[in-house]
Write a protein that binds this ligand. Structure first.
Ligand code: SAH
Length: 462
């Protein structure tokens, strides 16, 4: 991110606009909504700007720009119709460390103006760093239709209630958790339709139940295979209201971004073959944080109940008498199958599918190879990259066909996803040749759908 979005206080600020035609008008359309003192220097002024001047929203100087116009200004908009002149004004501003925006001249800008959805005091700015203003406008149009015009008055309602809640709940972290629970996960539409009284009642109810149980709890939450769109609604709610987020290596940043900025983030990743946080230590962390009264989210990749050592954490929570719940997630085998456009079970082909691990506590995991080698058998192998040669050897030894299709799906659902089609005979070598480092699944007995489908998909994307 090159451009940092910030909201500038315009109260009592002098803002200079040089130029009075189309470019200046576009900037002023937003600026006239602010509290700033707008000072316009221009000899030609459009009819729309003239109306704003007549309405007293702008102080107009009908003369050429002079460098002393810059003195004492908070921001400057060089918005004449002459790009190179705008560049000259920008250079003068920069020499004075004065933030400047030069219309249609990105390289000369200290700041650029985002598309804006205005529901003051709620403002949503949309920036694309100048890459695609059309896209920003489309996002704006979408939000404009979805966000009710009453959003601003709703924010003012909340502001009033905040003062009341603050009086009875002095600790900031308590209040943050409280409000996250009020807003978290509810439909925004329903939320915004609440009358003043109904909102007040919701706040009061929540406050009552809070003082009744008060203590912390732990949620074991599945973060899915990595694409944040595959997170459940419940998982998002939990993340939104968590005080502490204890997360694994394969949890993606996009998923973590649903947590609050103020939450405490604790990484307990277990690197394959490398450093790891011992399970006992993870158990101790979640127990201690919950005992301290926090809402803890224990975030695990995929589904927390699939190869996630959830039982050990659940046992520790029960032993410590801590309340907990579990939010399932999309396990990576489901995501991989979806990406391969293949059903995990196929009528007339396989009546069962095995989810298995390539490793267990002792090393390579032994399985019921005789069954897995039978014609039609299918399995999704988790943590199988390092064990691929071992798995290949075991299956061949038990009579599986050399041309048994196997699909390797790395980073299922993530932008860097890779799908490699191979066979049992080629498994270990193809995996190395394709540079698979994981996370990946070995989908045994599964072929990728034919290339025709992929071509159709590419065409559809054009
Ligand atoms: N609870 C997780 C599995 C954790 S074990 C789940 O339900 O998916 C870790 C293994 O999951 C990795 O070694 C890899 O085999 C698999 N995995 C996790 N995320 C993956 C992804 N996005 N693509 C492919 N495999 C993934």
């Amino acid at each position: 991110m090159r451009y940092l979005p910030i909201h500038v206080d315009t109260k009592d600020a002098d803002i200079l606009i040089v130029g009075g035609e189309a470019a200046a008008e576009a900037k002023l359309r937003t600026l006239v909504k602010t509290d700033a003192n707008l000072i316009l220097v221009a000899t030609i002024v459009s009819p729309e700007i003239t109306r704003w001047i007549e309405a007293g929203k702008i102080t107009h100087f009908n003369r050429a720009f002079s460098p002393c116009d810059l003195d004492g200004k908070r921001l400057v908009y060089a918005a004449t119709e002459d790009d190179s002149f705008n560049g000259e004004i920008a250079a003068l501003c920069r020499a004075k460390f004065l933030p400047v925006n030069a219309a249609d001249y990105k390289d000369a800008c200290d700041f650029i103006t985002p598309a804006l959805v205005d529901r003051a005091p709620v403002a949503i700015s949309i920036g694309t760093e100048g890459t695609s203003p059309g896209l920003a406008r489309a996002i704006k149009a979408d939000l404009e239709t979805r966000l009710p015009s009453t959003l601003g008055s709703y924010a003012l309602k909340v502001q009033k209630l905040r003062a009341k809640v603050k009086a009875v709940m002095p600790a900031l972290s308590d209040r943050q958790r409280f409000w996250a629970a009020i807003f978290g996960g509810k439909s925004l539409d329903a939320q915004l339709r609440l009358s003043n009284e109904a909102l007040e009642a919701a706040v009061y109810d929540r406050f009552q139940s809070k003082s009744e149980n008060g203590g912390g709890m732990v949620s074991l939450v599945g973060s899915g295979p990595g694409n944040p769109d595959l997170l459940t609604h419940q998982a998002r709610q939990k993340l939104h209201s968590a005080d502490v987020i204890v997360y694994d290596r394969l949890v993606s940043q996009g998923v973590l971004d649903f947590g609050r900025r103020e939450a405490e983030y604790i990484y307990v990743g277990k690197e394959p073959g490398g450093a790891s946080t011992p399970q006992d230590e993870i158990n101790a962390i979640i127990v201690a944080k919950a005992k301290a009264g926090h809402a803890v989210v224990r975030l695990k990749s995929g589904d927390p109940l699939v190869f996630g050592r959830a039982d050990e954490e659940i046992d520790a929570l029960i032993a410590a008498g801590i309340a907990f719940d579990i939010c399932p997630g999309i396990t990576s085998a489901s995501a991989a199958a979806a990406q391969m456009k293949t059903s995990l079970t196929t009528r007339g082909h396989n009546k069962s599918v095995t989810f298995m691990t390539g490793h267990d506590a002792k090393g390579f995991a032994e399985q019921d190879w005789a069954n897995l080698a039978k014609p039609g058998a299918r399995a999704a192998v988790y943590m199988g990259i390092g064990a691929s040669r071992f798995i290949q050897g075991r299956l061949l030894l038990h009579g599986a066909a050399k041309d048994l299709p196997i699909t390797i799906v790395e980073n299922a659902s993530r932008p860097e996803q890779k799908i490699v089609a191979t066979t049992l005979a080629g498994l270990a070598d193809d995996l190395v040749a394709a540079g698979i480092v994981g996370p990946a699944l070995l989908m045994i007995g599964y072929a990728v759908r034919d290339a025709k489908h992929e071509i159709l998909k590419e065409k559809a994307a054009l």
